[in-house]
Design a protein around this ligand. Structure first.
Ligand code: ADP
Length: 993
């Protein structure tokens, strides 16, 4: 029961005057509180009543006998009035008319005069006496078990219910002072008690006396206390609307607040515990009662403040959350408006349908069917489910592909030729093949996809020609590299069931290019990895094979795609490592690399032009002499491709740009100086010579109209000095230039150049404003100053020997980086009877080692044939070495070179000057064909070889080479070693030593 005390009082407070709304709560309260069984309340007391108004009226005393049953019949009119005005306190009750009243034990709080209190148990008691219309009762607060703390809330109910107490026991547990309560109304299960005035319980016999001590209402202290109570109450009323309601009702029905009533009012509304309330009730001295009430309501204010701060905090929290929710909703709406929000199912479906609608007539029927199925599925799925996202992504891919969208092909052969020539020098076989392709397309009216494989060393233009072909054919270009690719899913896509599944590269390509007939360049096909799950080569085969790729099936998309119109171009450095089934389906075009002459053309007509434009330099500002370019190619960029050459040219042009900028600054500065002499007077320090030296550095400048052959610095300096209007007056920018020059390392030049560039623009502006007609300077790069631009040469000649000594012969080798020359050296270690053995070094592979052994045997046989009396090989311990020991070498093509080297040692004769050879040799001395004829020829030319010996079977390869490669070479084709012997050593007689 105790545990409900505070809560109970709170509810009661809200319901004493509130009618309908409060009833439910009171019912609950009643159910909680009164758990006891039906109790007889009619152990009754005699009572005494007070006038209660503090006016000092003598109390009317009524003696009454203790009776078993309270006998009382109220007069009809009053009872009616009481019932009718359920919530209204009747003006003047007349308890003196009633001799006996029932006792109502109150468990939670005392009943104060002027207040209502509901009670449901009373009803059952009344039921027995319904005919007697008992309308008054004495409401006494029930005392707790001695020793219990009324404020303590315990979870369990202990002791007996108050309704189990009877007779004297009950009488003892009641507080002395109670309230005369009128049974005001009965609503449902509840009876409403209305407090009238104080009662004191007596023994079984009632003693009546005044229960309010007389007091002086003009007493200042009492008055002050009264006003203090009023002002405190006002504060409470300000913050509590419930209290305001009570106060209104109370004043309407009770009338004026007398001192005593005010104290009662304050105590009744407070949430103080029952004992404190009872204390107020029992306090008959009005002043003291006021003081007690003051305490209670002060406390009430404090409680209210706490309550308010709690409410405020909660409200702030709620309003913050509400604000966020509101903003989120607004954000969603904005996103939707901008088309960023894709959650909306109908908008999504509309978007997909719109996309597919635009290509409906070109789209294959099976794709349309899958589209409809997936779209229907999307409608049924919950938008937040993962399945929804999977389907949405799928539809996104499916509808984004260019079903049946082809770019109009350009079948104009002349135009294509023009474009191809525009982009690349030479490469005639590649260009020819592309033109054939276009011609076939023109005749047929449609083109069919083909696979072209461009093989060759790096930097020969494989990738860039691919791009050029796409331009010539008016196809979209897409490039992807398969170097090191080990996952089949990269090509064929993941199955849709995997998280983060993606289509393969081909589908990605089609989506990104937006046409179904692009040119797809598959780079590095020779470096395809080997997957542990699935073989990427087989996946590529499916992709490339014209028989299969009409119905290429991507795992993710799961609908066949027609790739037959796609033109595939693959690139590789070596074709040997391309899987055979793939190689079978390709048309291989080898690009061997370029000879110096070709490189000169490429550099002049393509690389220089492109770089000049990229650096913003005008053609008349620069001249790279042919000799310088030749030097650059021969000594800096010997490799087969031109990528390094391109880099070197870029380096040169960057430096030229910097030089030009510096030059322009000095000229414009002096122009500016002549415009603003006043401002420049202070800058007259650096001399003319300083200026020229700093500007020129180690380079030679000359006027574009001057003779280009005059390159020396002095001449340029003179020309410079002429150009400066007033050399003594140096512009303010000069100092900045000098500063920029201070720690200018070659690597920093570009950056500094950029910084200076902007400065130059300003300066040029000034010049133009001044009407200055600036002459453009020209930078000439010749062999003499090439080192200033590109540093010292990285390559020294491949040739180690001008004339090869005895036992040394030049061979020709081929690598993925192009061809090169290499020497085979043989020396005699020691001689002795039957000491014939060959020792080999030079990081040779197994094939090459075997080929050395074969050479040893063949050389012995040939020596025996040519010079039978020479026992050299039988008695000599020999050492064969292939220089550049750090480079692994392998292959059979050095066979004939090794034999020649061994024989040279044996017959002690040098081989012919400027001779190089290549060819595999059998044990019988037959010469077998080798690969890389073009590369080897180019390498031989580079090393200034005049005579080359090739296997006879390679004649066809050599004949196919362009004239400029073959030009000036004495080439011999041999099928047997004896011919090489003749070519290398001349007549046998002269070879005898
Ligand atoms: P690869 O793919 O063979 O390694 P790239 O296609 O990347 O080489 O070519 C390297 C650079 O050389 C490109 O800038 C390209 O334009 C240039 N290049 C290569 N060959 C030629 C050529 N025959 N004519 C003009 N430029 C060329």
């Amino acid at each position: 029961m105790e545990n409900n005390t505070r809560e109970g009082s709170f509810h009661e407070r809200g319901d004493w005057f509130g009618e309908q709304t409060g009833r439910r709560k009171l019912n609950e309260l009643a159910n909680m509180s009164y758990t006891g069984e039906k109790t007889l309340f009619r152990l009754t007391a005699s009572f005494s009543s007070d006038s209660g108004e503090g006016d000092g009226d003598a109390a009317k005393s009524v003696d009454a006998k203790a009776v078993e049953e309270a006998e009382y019949a109220s007069t009809g009119a009053e009872a009616e009035e009481a019932k009718a005005s359920s919530a209204i306190v009747p003006t003047i009750p007349r308890p003196e008319d009633h001799l006996n009243v029932m006792v109502v034990p109150l468990p939670h709080r005392p009943l104060f005069p002027g207040f209502y209190m509901p009670d449901s148990k009373l009803l059952s008691a009344l039921a027995d006496n319904c005919k007697r219309s008992v309308t008054y009762a004495g409401a006494f607060l029930f005392k707790d078990e001695p020793g219990t703390d009324p404020s303590l809330v315990s979870g369990t109910e202990t002791g007996k219910s108050i309704y189990e107490f009877k007779g004297q026991e009950l009488f003892n547990r009641l507080h002395d002072i109670g309230t005369l309560a009128q049974i005001s109304s009965i609503q449902g299960n509840e009876v409403y008690l209305l407090g009238h005035r104080r009662l004191r319980k007596t023994e079984m016999v009632c003693i009546s006396r005044s229960l309010e001590l007389p007091y002086n209402k003009d007493d200042d202290v009492i008055k002050a206390t009264y006003f203090e109570v009023i002002s405190t109450l006002r504060d409470v009323l300000k913050i509590s609307s419930v209290w305001r309601e009570y106060a209104k009702t109370y004043s309407r029905y009770i009338g004026e607040f007398t001192y005593g009533r005010l104290a009662d009012f304050g105590a009744a509304l407070s949430m103080a515990n029952k004992l404190l309330c009872q204390q107020v009730l029992e306090e008959l001295d009005v002043h003291r009662r006021l003081k007690l009430t003051l305490d209670l309501i002060k406390k009430e204010i404090e409680i209210n403040k706490i309550q308010e701060s709690i409410a405020k905090a909660i409200e702030e929290k709620i309003s913050g959350e509400q604000r966020r929710y509101l903003l989120n909703e607004q954000l969603k709406a904005i996103k939707k408006e901008l088309g960023l929000e894709t959650d909306d199912k109908t908008a999504l479906s509309a978007k997909f349908r719109e996309r597919i609608e635009s290509k409906k007539d070109r789209c294959p029927p099976h794709v349309l069917q899958v589209f409809e199925e997936e779209l229907a599925k999307l409608q049924l799925l919950e938008a937040s489910s993962s399945e929804f996202n999977v389907t949405r992504n799928y539809l996104d891919w499916l509808t984004a592909l260019p079903w049946g969208d082809y770019s109009d092909e350009n079948f104009d052969v002349h135009n294509a030729q023009k474009i191809l020539d525009e982009d690349h020098y030479g490469l005639s076989d590649v260009k020819e093949r592309i033109l054939e392709f276009i011609a076939v397309g023109k005749l047929r009216g449609t083109s069919h996809g083909k696979i072209i494989c461009l093989s060759g060393p790096p930097g020969v233009g494989k990738t860039s020609i691919g791009r050029s072909i796409a331009r010539a054919l008016n196809r979209k270009f897409y490039r992807f590299s398969v170097g090191g690719l080990a996952d089949v899913a990269e090509i064929k896509g993941h199955r849709r069931t995997y998280i983060g599944a993606m289509p393969g590269k081909v589908v990605q390509c089609l989506k990104s290019v937006g046409t179904a007939n692009p040119l797809i360049l598959i780079d590095e096909i020779d470096k395809l990895g080997r997957g542990h799950a699935g073989d990427p080569a087989s996946a590529l085969l499916e992709l490339l094979d014209p028989e299969q790729n009409m119905n290429f099936l991507d795992h993710y998309l799961d609908v066949p795609i027609d790739l037959s119109k796609v033109l595939f171009v693959c690139t590789a450095n070596v074709i040997e490592t391309i899987p055979t089934p793939l190689l079978d389906r390709m048309e291989v075009i080898a690009i061997a690399g370029y000879i110096t002459d070709e490189k000169m053309h490429i550099a002049r007509d393509y690389l220089e032009k492109a770089t000049r434009e990229a650096c913003g330099i005008k053609p008349e500002q620069v001249e790279v002499t042919a000799a310088a370019l030749h030097e650059l190619i021969e000594n800096y960029c010997r490799e087969a491709g031109v990528r390094n050459l391109q880099k070197q040219i870029e380096k040169i042009y960057r430096k030229i740009a910097l030089q030009l900028v510096r030059k322009a600054i000095s000229i414009e500065t002096s122009a500016a100086a002549s415009i603003q002499p006043g401002k420049l007077e202070q800058y007259n320090e650096p001399s003319k010579e300083d200026l020229i030296e700093d500007v020129d550095g180690s380079l030679s400048f000359e006027k574009s109209d001057s003779d280009p052959s005059s390159e020396n610095v002095d001449a340029a300096a003179t020309a410079e000095s002429k150009n400066i209007a007033n050399p003594e007056q140096i512009g303010e920018t000069w100092e900045e230039v000098e500063m920029a020059e201070v720690d200018l390392s070659p690597d920093q030049t570009t950056r500094v150049g950029e910084q200076i560039n902007s400065k130059v623009d300003e300066v040029i502006d000034i010049g133009e404003k001044a009407g200055g007609d600036t002459e453009v300077d020209k930078v000439v790069i010749d062999v003499s100053n090439l080192v200033d631009f590109v540093g010292k040469p990285v390559f020294h000649a491949d040739r180690i020997y001008d004339q090869t000594p005895i036992g040394v012969v030049m061979g020709l080798a081929w690598t993925a980086l192009g061809g090169s020359t290499l020497y085979i050296e043989t020396t005699l270690v020691e001689q002795g009877e039957a000491k014939g053995v060959l020792h080999i070094t030079g990081q040779l592979g197994d094939v090459m080692k075997e080929s050395a052994q074969i050479a040893h045997t063949v050389a012995r046989a040939i020596l025996l044939e040519k010079v039978p009396e020479n026992p050299f090989f039988a008695n000599s311990k020999l050492h064969l070495h292939v220089p550049a020991g750090a480079t692994p070498k392998d292959g059979p093509s050095a066979g004939c070179t090794m034999i020649t080297s061994l024989l040279s040692l044996a017959i002690k004769k040098q081989v012919r000057k400027d001779l190089a050879m290549t060819g595999e040799v059998t044990l019988t001395g037959r010469i077998l064909p080798i690969g890389g004829v073009k590369e080897k020829t180019i390498a031989a030319r580079r090393s200034e070889v005049k005579t080359i010996i090739f296997p006879a079977a390679n004649r066809r390869d050599f004949d196919e080479l362009s004239d400029n490669v073959k030009e000036g070479l004495d080439v011999h084709f041999v099928d047997d070693y004896s011919k090489i012997f003749e070519l290398a050593f001349g007549s046998i007689d002269s070879s005898k030593s």
